[in-house]
Structure formats: C-alpha cells, structure tokens
Design a binder for this molecule. Structure first.
Ligand SMILES: C[S@@+](CC[C@H](N)C(=O)[O-])C[C@H]1O[C@@H](n2cnc3c(N)ncnc32)[C@H](O)[C@@H]1O
Length: 221
C-alpha cells in the first residue's frame, strides 16, 4: 500500500484546542455579526447558486457551534454540519436543536458521494497544513453532486499565525496555529480537485483582523 503526505495528518491538537474553547467561541461568536457585508454577500451568492438548482442540501463543513448553519437554514438551505471537535458539535446541537450535526474530519467526510448541492468551508481549512489541503478539497468535491457549489472562506496570505494568545484572554491555555494561503493557492487546489472557480473576492483586513480575507466560489462539473 502506498502512503501520501495526507496520511501523516494529525488533528488531535486542533480537536483538543477547539474542545477547550467551544463554549467561549460560541458565546463570543453567536451569529454573523463579525462578518463584513462583503463576506455575507459571498455567502448569499453561494446560497443563490445552490438553491436556484432546486436541491437545497448543504454541508457546513467545519461548522463549529453552527452559527453559519443557522444563517444558511434561514435562507432556505437544508443544512448538515460536521466538525472535528466533539465539544463544538455538542454546543451546535444544543443551540440548534432542529439541525443535524456530526463529528468528523474534513479529510474523511462521513457522507457518501454526490450528497450535497453545496459545501461551505468557512474558516475551517485554516488549520490544515499544506500537505492536507489536496485531501480536504478532494473530499469536498467527492460529496458534491454534479453542478454543486463550493464556497471557501479563509485568511489570505502566507505562513502561519499563532492564534493561542487570542484564547488566552479567555483564560484558555491552548496551542493553536492557523495557516494562511493565497487565493491563487486555494484556487489551484480547488481546480486540482476537479472543480472550476466561478469567482473570488479578496478584501483588506478590517477592525481587529490581522490578514486580508479571501472567498472563493467554485462549481462541480
Ligand atoms: C475558526 S472555526 C470556524 C467555525 C465555523 N465555520 C464558524 O465560522 O464559526 C474552525 C472550525 O474548524 C474545525 N476544524 C478544523 N480542522 C478540521 C478538520 N480537519 N475537520 C473538521 N473540522 C475541522 C474546528 O474544529 C473549528 O470548529
């Protein structure tokens, strides 16, 4: 049997960190008030692209406590959420009792092929190192039905950022870093997974953000 770089991925530290901060994360970020209007415009364009095809099934992949699942549901999508962190999943289930959440990894999504008309990766690929990016987008493409849409949101740039200090302010002693990717890097991963980029938005950092923010909308063949 051959092994790939993605086989060496270890998300235990990420899972532990998000389990630790889940309650505070959910309290601090209960909805989309932190998103800029441009960010929400990209989500609205994604919802329009998905729902105009008549199939409303959307996967919120890396859903955290489910705030974007709620946003998508309010706009007519039939949403399922999946997240690495059982603590996040527990909180999502508690806050959104009408929705379905499952623990699982972006690198091995617990769904059959062609299952969703839309997949949202909203700041959830940012803890996956370069060696795992291809696997994550291949999995998103696998669960997308033909002509389905993918929307990815992430901090744009290069190198890593230590995000532990932001959580220390809440009294959490965690180790957590995130990876920055350029929009071109993510676009080429998406194309390698067999999807076609439809549009992208890169906006400058605002408020307390440290990085530009990027959003890519892509479509399955
Ligand atoms: C910054 S939070 C974003 C959560 C949510 N999308 C939101 O916008 O509130 C990152 C989330 O991605 C999840 N995550 C990170 N790596 C993951 C992986 N390999 N598989 C599934 N979820 C992952 C984390 O557990 C965390 O809940």
């Amino acid at each position: 049997m051959t092994s790939s770089p993605a086989d060496a991925l270890d998300f235990r530290g990420v899972r532990r960190a998000y389990d630790t901060v889940a309650e505070d994360y959910a309290t601090y970020l209960p909805d989309t008030r932190a998103e800029a209007p441009l960010d929400l415009a990209m989500i609205d364009a994604f919802v329009e692209a998905v729902t105009s095809g008549g199939d409303l099934r959307v996967l919120d992949a890396g859903c955290g406590p489910g705030r974007m699942s709620r946003y998508l549901t309010e706009r007519g999508c039939l949403v399922r959420g999946v997240d690495l962190s059982p603590g996040m999943v527990a909180r999502a289930r508690r806050d959104h009792r009408d929705l379905m959440f499952t623990a699982g990894s972006l690198t091995a999504l617990p769904y059959p092929d062609d299952q969703f008309a839309g997949v949202l990766l909203w700041y959830s690929t940012i803890h996956t190192p370069p060696a795992g990016q291809a696997r994550v987008f291949a999995e998103a493409a696998r669960v997308l039905r033909p002509s389905g849409h993918l929307l990815v949101g992430f901090q744009a740039g290069e190198g890593t950022r230590d995000v532990s200090p932001a959580y220390r302010r809440f009294g959490h002693e965690i180790q957590l870093e995130r990876y920055r990717y350029t929009a071109d890097q993510v676009a080429s991963e998406i194309e390698a997974a067999g999807l076609r980029e439809e549009c992208r938005l890169v906006r400058r950092a605002r408020g307390t953000e440290r990085d530009d923010q990027a959003f890519l909308l892509a479509k399955a063949p």
